[in-house]
Write a protein that binds this ligand. Structure first.
Ligand SMILES: Nc1ncnc2c1ncn2[C@@H]1O[C@H](COP(=O)(O)OP(=O)(O)O)[C@@H](O)[C@H]1O
Ligand SMILES: [Mg+2]
Length: 712
């Protein structure tokens, strides 16, 4: 049984798109709209250029590769069709030697309506005899005519050769004959290469511009989330474990970035391509286009079915990852307990279960994808097969040119690629939406800390008063009830009480980690909420039960952000705190790295450091929360000596377990279950024979009658 450490939320999925969230993300994109527009423009051009290539292929085939003039045989008493043909195209026909026979040049044929052509063919005057038209210009072209006198027919300007005959020409002669076609194909090929080069450049610029915008946006988002988090009240961190917040700032933002770069713009490009292809195909040939699109409903149904399944599988994977994360977290943050209680085997067994779950979820997703992608492939192959069959027939019937069919095949291939990729993009979109939602809910988290209109920024004197203070962490269970006591400037007040009595909570309120619910805390007669919070905290030094070390050396850890103090001062406060001795024993003295990955200090040593740290800001008020609990009695005495000097002129609140250390306090406040039960000096409270008296006896293990003797 493990807690989820807040990772379970990771298992939730968003809608594949959510316009509200996108609009909010748009705000972060606003500064980079220039880059975005540029990127978008590049995408548009690229899509256009992509569409151009199959078209150029078609042109190469129809204009230069497969070209033939067709023979037309017209009779004077022909059908009305023949007359119509003559009146429409007669001017453009090239007469043959035999009467009534003409050649229909390929460029005229290209411009003719295909249905009409089929009709002319049906009436028989447009024959199947094909010729290659030839207009010799260069001497080597002329020489071909002389070399094969029986092959060519025609007159000065137009020569032609039947396609059968052309096959008998020698290869090099054929190349001379068709020199113009070869050059044409070469030019188109050159154009295609040029387009590819331009596309490469555009692609690079587009990715660069988009990544620049994307990375900058993520940078801003992280910055914003980080600074927002830092200012949230401590109570927020009670509810939100660090692991979860780390995920927000890393994984979630990464997810959004991925959506941004790999989906958004590409999706636009894909949509443009799809629309472009549909329009182009319909323009090229409506019938053929409709045949090609006949598989689309099937694709649609498949995609719909798939997206449901994929979503399920994806959700499961996220859930299993979340389980795994929290398992890791728990296992390794409690590694000492795990090893101490020999739970390694048991935990391995449990991990195996979680790990298996993750593996199975992944396999499930893979099998869904392994089904979907080939299915789309089959459907697209089906479309291509259909196209070949239907279109091929049309080419044979001369209803369409070969070039059109080839272009169609290319376009259909282009058409299915984005559909194939859709599955992947769908996933990315979903997880990004869920991530976005989590990031924004983090940003929406209220800072809740009251900010006065004109915060007090004065030097603090150090008069503290708790005035009927009540407080609860969860809004229900009061951990402090009607607490009232005061500490005058320069006084040392001790707070004693059992564990859980609420001592630390008092300090939380004083430092404004949490806000007082009822009553008020006054400093120099002014509600602490009216103080500037930075001013307040910088004048109240706090040494806590647990000392946190940042990654850095000893000196940095004492000085923290307080750059005003120099190395000398750091040494001075370390001396006062009696930390000097152990620091000198460290391998690099004040330059020894501590904190994560650095030298490990004992709890006592850390406390001495914390003392030095608190003293370094030269606070008006010093609070020690069981600060000497990890220090041995001898050191404690040393610290006390140093402190006695330092506490002069300062207000101090000291929480201590060992009552021996607080006997000289000006006042002792006894806290019991959140209430102040006794207030007085040591002598007064001993006389009172209340809680303090009993605590004292317990600690010193004395019987009531011997109390007097030991006290002195
Ligand atoms: N961050 C917190 N969230 C919720 N309850 C808390 C929190 N910190 C302390 N408590 C509860 O408040 C009560 C008083 O705790 P605390 O002030 O730390 O006692 P003491 O320092 O006297 O041992 C305890 O019952 C404790 O469980
Ligand atoms: Mg405490």
């Amino acid at each position: 049984m493990y807690t989820d450490f807040g990772y379970m939320e990771e298992g939730k999925l968003g809608k594949p798109y959510d316009l509200k969230l996108m609009a909010r993300l748009g705000k972060f994109l606003k500064p980079y709209w220039g880059l975005m527009t540029l990127s978008l423009l590049f995408v548009l051009i690229m899509a256009g250029l992509d569409l151009l290539i199959p078209y150029l292929t078609k042109e190469a085939i129809d204009r230069y590769i497969v070209v033939a003039a067709r023979e037309v045989v017209l009779r004077e008493d022909g059908s009305p069709e023949e007359h119509r043909f003559w009146s429409q195209y007669g001017q453009k026909l090239i007469p043959k030697k035999e009467k009534g026979k003409f050649l229909l040049p390929p460029d005229v044929m290209q411009s003719m309506d295909r249905k009409e052509m089929a009709l002319f063919q049906k009436f028989g005057f447009l024959t199947e005899n094909r010729y290659y038209l030839f207009v010799p210009q260069k001497p080597e072209e002329e020489s071909i005519l002389k070399k094969y006198p029986s092959f060519f027919e025609g007159s000065d300007s137009h020569w032609f050769i039947s396609l059968h005959r052309m096959k008998e020409l020698k290869r090099e002669d054929l190349l001379v004959l068709r020199g113009k076609d070869v050059a044409g194909v070469f030019h188109i090929a050159l154009l295609v290469v040029l387009i590819l080069v331009i596309n490469f450049g555009l692609n690079f610029s587009q990715v660069y511009a988009m990544e620049l915008a994307g990375q900058k946006m993520m940078h801003d988002l992280r910055m914003k989330a980080f600074s927002h988090l830092q200012e949230l009240p401590v109570s927020f961190f009670d509810k939100n474990p660090v692991g979860r917040l780390v995920t927000r700032l890393t994984n979630d933002i990464q997810n959004v970035h991925e959506m941004f770069t790999s989906v958004l713009i590409n999706l636009l490009k894909d949509i443009l391509l799809l629309i472009g292809i549909i329009i182009l195909l319909l323009q090229l040939n409506r019938d053929l286009a409709l045949v090609s699109f006949s598989v689309l409903p099937l694709i649609f149904v498949t995609t719909l079915f798939f997206s449901r399944r994929a979503r399920e599988a994806f959700r499961e994977i996220r859930l299993k990852i979340a389980q795994m994360n929290s398992f890791f977290h728990e296992n390794f943050s409690g590694i000492k307990v795990v090893q101490l209680f020999r739970r390694e085997k048991e935990n391995s067994r449990r991990f195996e279960k979680v790990n298996d779950g993750y593996y199975l979820a992944n396999m499930k997703q893979i099998s869904i994808y392994a089904f979907f992608v080939p299915l789309v492939d089959i459907l697209s192959s089906g479309a291509i097969g259909l196209l070949l069959w239907y279109g091929g027939g049309k080419v044979i019937q001369e209803m369409i040119t070969l070039g059109v069919l080839v272009a169609f095949l290319s376009y259909i291939r282009m058409f299915f690629q984005p559909i194939r990729d859709l599955s992947e993009k769908y996933n990315i979109l979903q997880s990004a939406m869920a991530s976005l939602e989590r990031i924004f809910s983090l940003l929406d988290e209220d800072k809740k800390i009251f900010k006065p209109p004109s915060p007090k920024k004065e030097e603090m004197k150090g008069n503290i008063e708790f005035h009927h203070v009540s407080f609860s962490y969860n809004g229900e269970d009061k951990v402090l009830k009607d607490v009232s006591f005061s500490v005058r400037e320069g006084e040392t007040v001790a707070i004693v009480g059992a564990t859980g009595a609420g001592k630390t909570s008092l300090l939380h309120l004083l430092e404004r980690f949490y806000e007082v619910e009822e009553g008020a805390i006054l400093i120099d007669g002014m509600d602490i909420r009216e103080w500037d919070i930075t001013q307040l905290r910088s004048q109240i030094g706090l040494v806590m039960q647990e000392t946190f070390l940042f990654a850095g050396d000893i000196e940095e850890n004492i000085r923290l952000e307080n750059r005003k103090i120099d190395g000398e001062k750091v040494k001075e406060v370390a001396q006062v705190a009696n930390a000097e001795k152990f620091i000198q024993r460290l391998p690099h003295g004040y330059r020894t790295n501590v904190g994560e990955g650095g030298e490990t200090l004992s709890a006592g040593e850390k406390q001495l450091l914390a003392f030095a740290r608190a003293l370094s800001i030269n606070p008006k008020v010093l609070i020690l929360d069981e600060a000497t609990s990890h220090v041995d009695p001898e050191k404690e005495r040393l610290i006390q000596e140093g402190l006695a000097r330092l506490l002069k002129g300062r207000t101090a609140i000291v929480i201590a377990h060992r009552l021996s250390t607080i006997q000289h306090a000006d006042k002792i406040v006894v806290l019991h279950k959140g209430r102040v039960r006794e207030i007085g000096t040591h002598a007064e409270l001993m006389v009172e024979k209340g809680i303090y008296f009993r605590l004292y006896q317990l600690q010193f293990g004395i019987k009531e009658d011997r109390g007097q003797r030991l006290e002195g």
